[in-house]
Design a protein around this ligand. Structure first.
Ligand code: PLP
Length: 387
């Protein structure tokens, strides 16, 4: 067999993505593209901020000598210094360039740190519902995913997390604002999680690509200010609508006692994984324009519209506080059957089972507002359909 058994099994696990894609093609041919409402992909539908494009033009037109060559494996020192200054300002902690490693997006950041930390059989805790790729990232490095339930509103439960920690637990991944549930962890919740991990060897990987996408004029707390043993996996994919550019970084907390050891290991794994450091030009663009954020008001309007319409129909739905997803309960327990029912109405969504929380479905808001408005009658028909 050419393809490894593990990859064959992982592809089978991920096959609902392909199935939804194929279903989309079939439905477009059957119903006409204007009658298909595709809410499956979380791909930003806003253009990058002007400051980002201006920085990109600047470095394209006036590159610094040698700018396009190899750089140290952790990234350009000056870029990392600028990012460290921003982190220090935000958290009050003493980040330096040595705590920052430029990566290929958040996916690259998580793989880099997991590769550095995991021996075969080591455990990584994730909170349900979770970004499905975590399982593959963990398994890439022979780790074992340990899923810990949250409550009905997707709030973390410190007692459950504490019970899941074993002598093999190396890391806990926190994802706030959350994909798929839209939950944003509060300062109190972060402080409670800190109580659980303090005094253990567990490192908290905080995956925060949706960090600035928080609604109702709120801001999310600075996780590293609360969690001592934190390693941030950061990305500009969603904050700046540049998910195709794949630029991000790891921020190792200066309070982590093994910060230097972990930094050395991550600098090595960032290279040997073959992602081979973040692209040069994007490192410099983010040194200039890393604080620019897309206009999130469109996401908030769409969140309001979708959430209100679903609630009026009768769907039980936690109001997302951030990210760009809505994650309602399905009116029947079998989320896969319900997702199929919606597909018959021309609405494509992702079953909650894919995120470890059956009985729900994920709706991505990265579509035009009119798509949401036009899709509502189909959500209503599916809700009341007898089968
Ligand atoms: N983590 C979460 C929770 C995500 O939703 C995504 C992308 O959708 C990623 C990580 C990967 O982000 P990046 O594009 O920065 O690799």
């Amino acid at each position: 067999m050419t393809v490894a058994r593990t990859i064959t099994e992982q592809m089978e696990r991920a096959s609902w993505i392909r199935r939804m894609f194929e279903e989309g093609l079939r439905l477009r041919a059957l119903l006409g593209p204007e009658n298909v409402f595709d809410f499956t992909l979380g791909n930003p539908d806003v253009e990058p901020p002007e400051a980002v494009l201006a920085a990109l033009r600047k470095y394209a037109e006036r590159p610094m000598p040698g700018m396009h060559g190899y750089m140290p494996n952790a990234g350009f020192p000056r870029v990392r210094e600028i990012i460290a200054e921003r982190l220090s300002r935000a958290t009050g902690l003493g980040y330096t360039a040595n705590h920052v490693i430029m990566t290929v997006g958040s996916a690259g950041a998580i793989n880099t740190v997991l590769k550095a930390m995991l021996d075969p059989g080591d455990e990584v805790i994730v909170l349900v519902p979770y970004f499905p790729e975590y399982r593959f990232y963990i398994e890439n490095h022979q780790g074992k995913l340990v899923a810990v339930e949250t409550d009905a509103n997707f709030r973390p439960d410190p007692k459950r997390i504490a019970r899941a920690i074993t002598s093999r637990t190396k890391a806990l991944i926190l994802n706030s604002p959350n994909n798929p549930a839209g939950v944003v962890y509060t300062a109190k919740e972060l402080a409670e999680i800190e109580q659980v991990v303090a005094g253990t060897e567990v490192v908290v990987i905080t995956d925060e690509p949706y960090k600035p996408i928080v609604f109702d004029a709120k801001r999310m707390p600075e996780t590293a200010s609360f969690i001592t043993r934190s390693v941030g996996a950061m990305s500009w994919s969603k904050a700046q609508g540049i998910s195709g550019e794949r630029i991000g970084y790891l921020a190792i907390s200066p309070r982590l006692e093994s910060a230097e050891e972990l930094r050395n290991a991550c600098t090595f794994t960032n290279r040997i994984l073959g992602y081979i450091n973040a692209p040069a030009i994007w490192q410099w663009v983010e040194a200039d324009a890393g604080e620019a954020v897309v206009d999130i008001s469109g996401y908030e309007t769409k969140r309001n519209c979708m959430w209100k319409a679903l609630a009026e129909i009768g769907y039980e739905c936690h109001k997302p506080e951030g990210s760009f997803y809505v994650f309602p309960k399905t009116p029947i327990a079998d989320d896969i059957a319900f997702v199929r029912r919606l597909a018959r109405e021309g609405v494509l969504t992702v079953p909650g089972s894919g995120f470890g929380r059956p009985g729900h479905l994920r709706i991505s808001l990265t579509v035009p507002a009119q798509t949401i408005e036009r899709s509502i009658p189909a959500f209503e028909r599916a809700f009341h359909s007898p089968d």
